[in-house]
Design a protein around this ligand. Structure first.
Ligand SMILES: Nc1ncnc2c1ncn2[C@@H]1O[C@H](COP(=O)(O)OP(=O)(O)OP(=O)(O)O)[C@@H](O)[C@H]1O
Ligand SMILES: [Mg+2]
Length: 435
C-alpha cells in the first residue's frame, strides 16, 4: 500500500527524518530555555548577565525582549538608589553634629565625619562601648531598637567630665542588621554653647556687612568703567552709594549700642526719669515720618505718672525702635497708637514684672500683623520675618534685640501681641521702685 504516493520504506525514512528533526528542535529549545533561565537567574543574583544568542524568534520576542526591558529598568532604579544614597551620605557627612548608626549588638555600624572627628572613630564597625559608655544612653538605645521609641538623654563622657552632650535617639533600619538605632549628639557644655553663639553672631554680622559692601564695590566699579563720564549716572550712583554707606553705619551703630547695653547689663540705671516728656518728644520727632507713610500718630499719656529709674538715652532708643517698626511695617493700618500708663499690679503678661507696680509703654499699629510662629524669635539678633523686605526698607534686624536688652538691664519686660490682619502691639514694662 502506498500512502500519499510513498512506498513503506520511503515512509519509514520520512518518519525517521521527521522524528530526528523534532528531537533536535526539542533539544535546541530546551537548551535555549536553560540558557534563558540561567540568564534570568544571573540578573536576579547580580543585576547583569549576557543575553543568549541565536534565540528562536518567539522566545526572543516574548521572553528575551521583556527581560531586557526589565533589566534596563532595574539598572535605572539601582542608579537612582545609588545617587540618593550618596546624596544622603554627603548630607549626613556635612551635618555638624556627630551621627551614629548603632545595631542591636551595640556596634557602631556607620557614622558621619563629625562623629569620626569628635569621638575619634577611625573605622566602623566598632563597639559603642569603645566610644561612649553611659547607662542612660544604653537604655535609650535598647528602647529604640526593641520598641521603636524616641528619646533624649544628656550625659557626660567619663573620659572628659568637663564636657556634656545631649543625645537624641530613635529607631532606624539598616540593610545589614534590619533593626538599629540612630544617635545624634550635640555638645551642650556651656563653653561650647557660648562659642557657638559667638560664631553664629560673627557669621551673621559679617553677612549683614557684606551685603551693602558688595553693592558699594559694584557701584564703584561701574562708576570707574561703563558709567565714566556720564554725569547723570554719577549722580544717581553716588546717591545709591550714600544709602549703602548709611546702612553700614546704622548696622555698626546698632552693633555698638547692643554691646554697650550688654556690658552695662549688670549695672542697673540709677538716674530717675520722667518718662512722659521723653515719649512725647520721640513721638513728635517721628510723627512726620508716620504721616508720610500714611499713618496718624496718637499719643495717650496718663497723668500723673510715677518716675522710674531709667537711662534716658536707652529709653529714647527703645521708644524710637518700637515706633520705627510700627511705621515701617504697620503704617498701612492708617493709625499708630502710643500709650503710657501706670498699673499698681502688672498682669501676668508683664513676665518678671508681674504683680509689681509698673509703667506700661505700648506702641500699637493696625498693619498686617506678624504670623504667630515668628513671635518667639522676633527679639533675636538679625531675625526678620521677611528678610528681603526688611532689608529693602533699611532694617538690620537689631532693633528689637536692642529693646530686649535695654529692658533686661532695667529689669523690665517686652510683651508682644499680634494678630494677622489686625496689627501688632509691643509693650515695654518697667518696674516702679517701691518707697
Ligand atoms: N510692628 C510690626 N509689624 C509687623 N512686623 C514687625 C513689626 N515690628 C517688627 N516686625 C518684624 O520683626 C522684625 C524684627 O524687627 P527689628 O526691629 O528687630 O528689626 P528691623 O526692623 O528689621 O531692623 P532695625 O530695627 O534694626 O532697623 C522685622 O524685620 C519685622 O519683620
Ligand atoms: Mg526695627
Amino acid at each position: 500500500m502506498a500512502l500519499l504516493g510513498l512506498s513503506p520504506p520511503g515512509l519509514a525514512a520520512g518518519f525517521a527524518t521527521a522524528a530526528v528533526t523534532a528531537l533536535w528542535a526539542a533539544r535546541r529549545r530546551r537548551r535555549m530555555l536553560e540558557e534563558l533561565a540561567a540568564w534570568i537567574d544571573g540578573i536576579a543574583e547580580t543585576g547583569r548577565g549576557s543575553r543568549p544568542e541565536d534565540l528562536e524568534e518567539g522566545l526572543d520576542r516574548q521572553v528575551a525582549a521583556p527581560v531586557l526591558r526589565l533589566t534596563r529598568r532595574l539598572r535605572r532604579a539601582e542608579r537612582r538608589g545609588r545617587t540618593v544614597r550618596h546624596l544622603l551620605e554627603s548630607l549626613i557627612d556635612a551635618f555638624p553634629d556627630p551621627v551614629l548608626l548603632v545595631d542591636g549588638g551595640r556596634e557602631v555600624v556607620r557614622c558621619n565625619a563629625a562623629a569620626r572627628e569628635e569621638l575619634g572613630i577611625a573605622a566602623t564597625p566598632l563597639p559603642l562601648d569603645a566610644v561612649i559608655r553611659d547607662p542612660g544612653l544604653t537604655a535609650a538605645l535598647d528602647a529604640a531598637i526593641r520598641e521603636g521609641r524616641h528619646s533624649q538623654v544628656d550625659f557626660t563622657p567619663p573620659a572628659d567630665p568637663r564636657r556634656r552632650f545631649s543625645a537624641r535617639v530613635g529607631p532606624a533600619e539598616t540593610e545589614e542588621t534590619e533593626r538599629a538605632a540612630v544617635l545624634v549628639l550635640r555638645e551642650v557644655s556651656e563653653q561650647v554653647v557660648i562659642e557657638r553663639m559667638r560664631s553664629d553672631f560673627i557669621a551673621n554680622a559679617s553677612h549683614e556687612i557684606r551685603t551693602p559692601l558688595t553693592s558699594l564695590v559694584g557701584l564703584i566699579e561701574t562708576l570707574r568703567g561703563p558709567a565714566r563720564g556720564d554725569p547723570e549716572a554719577r549722580a544717581e550712583f553716588l546717591e545709591l552709594m550714600a544709602e549703602e554707606a548709611a546702612r553700614m553705619q546704622r548696622l555698626i551703630d546698632d552693633l555698638l549700642s547692643l554691646s554697650r547695653i550688654e556690658l552695662a547689663a549688670s549695672a542697673p540705671p540709677t538716674e530717675t526719669l520722667a518718662l512722659a516728656p521723653l515719649v512725647r518728644a520721640v513721638a513728635d520727632k517721628l510723627a512726620p515720618r508716620a504721616r508720610a507713610a500714611g499713618a496718624a500718630l496718637e499719643v495717650t499719656i496718663a497723668d500723673p505718672l510715677p518716675a522710674v529709674a531709667a537711662d534716658a538715652d536707652q529709653m529714647h532708643q527703645l521708644v524710637a525702635n518700637l515706633l520705627d517698626n510700627a511705621i515701617k511695617y504697620g503704617a498701612a493700618g492708617g493709625r499708630i497708637e502710643v500709650s503710657l500708663e501706670h498699673l499698681e499690679r502688672a498682669p501676668a503678661a508683664a513676665g518678671p514684672v508681674a504683680g509689681r507696680s509698673a509703667l506700661r509703654l505700648c506702641v500699637r499699629d493696625f498693619g498686617p500683623g506678624i504670623p504667630p510662629e515668628h513671635l518667639p524669635r522676633l527679639t533675636e539678633r538679625f531675625y526678620r520675618v521677611d528678610r528681603a523686605r526688611s532689608r529693602e526698607i533699611g532694617g538690620t534686624g537689631l532693633g528689637l534685640a536692642i529693646v530686649k536688652h535695654i529692658l533686661r538691664r532695667h529689669q523690665g519686660h517686652l510683651s508682644i501681641d499680634s494678630r494677622l490682619g489686625e496689627g501688632s502691639r509691643f509693650c515695654a514694662w518697667l518696674p516702679v521702685a517701691s518707697g
